[in-house]
Design a protein around this ligand. Sequence first.
Ligand code: MG
Length: 290
Amino acid sequence: MRIATFHYQGRRQVGVVSEDGATLRPLELGDARAQRGVLSLIEDRASGTAWPAPTGASVALGDVRLEAPLPLPRRNIFCVGRNYHAHAKELSSSVFKNNTAKADAWPIVFTKVPECVIGPEDEVRLPGESVSSQIDYEAELAVVIGTGGRNIARSEALSHVFGYTIVNDVTARDVQMRHQQWDLGKSFDTFCPMGPWIVTADALDGTRTRVRCWVNGELRQDGQTTDFIFDIPSLIEACSRGITLYPGDVIATGTPAGVGMGMSPPQYLRAGDTVRIEIDGLGTLENRFV
Ligand code: MG
């Protein structure tokens, strides 16, 4: 099942995408709960509350403006650094030069602030050269937690997954590098495109899918989640050690090789560029940079 948050007839709504992807069936959430997007449904499921019934007629997908499925995540997004073998190699002399040995034992985890999330039809705003001149893309599969918990065992971890979505972990490389910790360079306004919807865990095997990214039509990233250094159960186990995870928490699982920083010479994003991410079984997330 694909569940989307969207704007239609002047208000935010949540609905289920039809099998053929042509229409959406809105659910009767009420305006207040719809403001939180799919999070309302995730919390319902976690608490054993039945989902609201569909309301009214289906709406053509082309007639709505898709928003991020979680327009304002409940708190910072957990993000994993260095999680594809090939990407670790391409940045071994820059981003990862100081933590290669340690990172073999434990994942690198940083966060992005929730306010930087934007939707599939929004634009990423470049911050201006005086703030950063090295803006880069990172195509990522994001895990959305369904049932919360603390100290979740690896063997139980997948039963805590509600579903999956796509994020672009947009990064200011110069800012990322100069502050030791990465959060500032990862959390600029508009730096987390998310969407186009959440695919529930019964409909997608996130442990075995393909992640691709194009910049202005040129294929830059092409990875398989089977290339993960830390698989999804390991990431959930690591992020929940001593920290309670809640329904709706998001864990972005890291990006494949092929980021702009890893090119020779590096190629950073400029105004007018379009970044398109596709994950098999999930969909497409495309955003323009302005
Ligand atoms: Mg990333």
